[in-house]
Design a protein. Structure first.
Length: 118
């Protein structure tokens, strides 16, 4: 059973880990932001507001301007789960973001991460 505690976790508590994971592998905060913007439709201003408000993951995804229509192209295993098989929509969206950040840290090109060549 997947951990449901993450549903009430604030996005801001996980966000620094995304940045750290990317930077440890020579990637940038800007690339992490590009991934977040691509996935959710947020922009820099709205992302900063969410971080300041300590928005939880549920609200983060519920209020996202527009989930990218190409999310169905995100496939593979993250945290022991195949993302395309996760039934709970919120958990699937969280794992989509985790998967994209993981791909960034593994050195994939932004074009491939953002599914531009698919």
């Amino acid at each position: 059973m997947q951990n449901t505690r993450i549903f009430t976790t604030s996005f801001v508590s996980v966000y620094p880990h995304y940045i750290t994971k990317a930077e440890k592998k020579g990637r940038t905060k800007e690339e992490v932001h590009e991934i977040i913007f691509w996935l959710t439709g947020y922009d820099e201003k709205s992302l900063q507001e969410l971080l300041e408000k300590r928005t939880d993951f549920q609200t983060f995804f519920d209020e996202a301007p527009k989930l990218n229509p190409n999310v169905s192209l995100i496939k593979g295993v993250i945290c022991g789960y195949r993302v395309e098989d996760i039934e709970n929509e919120l958990m699937r969206n969280i794992r989509y973001l985790d998967k994209l950040i993981d791909e960034l840290a593994k050195g994939k090109s932004m074009e491939k991460i953002l599914r531009k060549s698919e």
